[in-house]
Design a protein around this ligand. Structure first.
Ligand code: GAR
Length: 209
């Protein structure tokens, strides 16, 4: 049984999609906690209603990024996570924090990385005139929105799209993509090799001595 800690900053719809899939598909995992850096994050209400432990570590209470990340790490580690899932967690993370969770922290980003890292990805895609846009789940490394990609979902960019219509189309795919990727991790089917992710057909056999 793997322990998953999910970090959110707001609405939490991706967190909700992961929680619902875990329950419906009976993964060998539990959501140990949902933690937010914003006390007002809407997603906390959903987690609480499901009986999931929640915590707030408010970044505004800390003088520096390093102090905030240290406090966040301490809170996360109280829940003994096998996996940390960033689900709309809108913070730039320090290198020591990222290193601490190397190989066990996933993020979802609303673009076809390496295209459009950072904020405002949907408008960036429209402005660039690309025919396709989407979302990427990747392991987190110290460089923002980089790191080995686990899976991507693609949607067309349609004539007349606004940031909102495109975001809505991408979000529908995010809600399928993120549970799929998290489930692969839970099933021990993700291997990072030379900076790339290999997906195993079935869980790796324990290595014998
Ligand atoms: C999602 O679209 C997610 O991909 C994006 O924020 C939204 C959060 O929505 N994340 C990032 O931009 C991270 N760089 P949610 O709170 O409803 O899951």
């Amino acid at each position: 049984m793997k322990n998953i800690v999910i970090l959110i900053s707001g609405r939490g719809s991706n967190m909700e999609a992961v929680v619902r899939a875990l329950d419906a598909e009976q993964w060998p995992a539990r959501i140990a906690a949902v933690i937010s850096n914003k006390p007002e994050a809407k997603g906390l209400e959903f987690a609480q209603a499901r009986g999931i432990p929640t915590a707030v570590v408010a970044n505004k209470d800390f003088a520096s990024r390093a102090e905030f990340d240290a406090a966040l790490q301490e809170t996360i580690d109280c829940f003994s996570p096998d996996l940390v899932v960033l689900a709309g967690f809108m913070r730039i993370l320090t290198a020591p924090f990222v290193e601490h969770y190397a190989g066990r922290m996933l993020n979802i980003h609303p673009s076809l990385l390496p295209l459009f890292p950072g904020l405002g990805t949907h408008q960036q895609a429209i402005d660039a005139g690309v025919a396709e846009h989407g979302a990427t789940v990747h392991f987190v490394t110290a460089e923002l929105d980089h790191g080995p990609a686990v899976a991507q979902a693609r949607v067309p960019v349609l004539p007349g799209d606004t940031e909102d219509t495109l975001a809505a189309r991408v979000l529908i795919e995010e809600h399928k993509l993120y549970p799929t990727a998290v489930r692969l991790f839970v099933e021990d089917r993700l291997v990072i090799e030379d900076g790339n992710v290999r997906i195993l057909d079935r869980a790796a056999e324990p290595t014998s001595i």
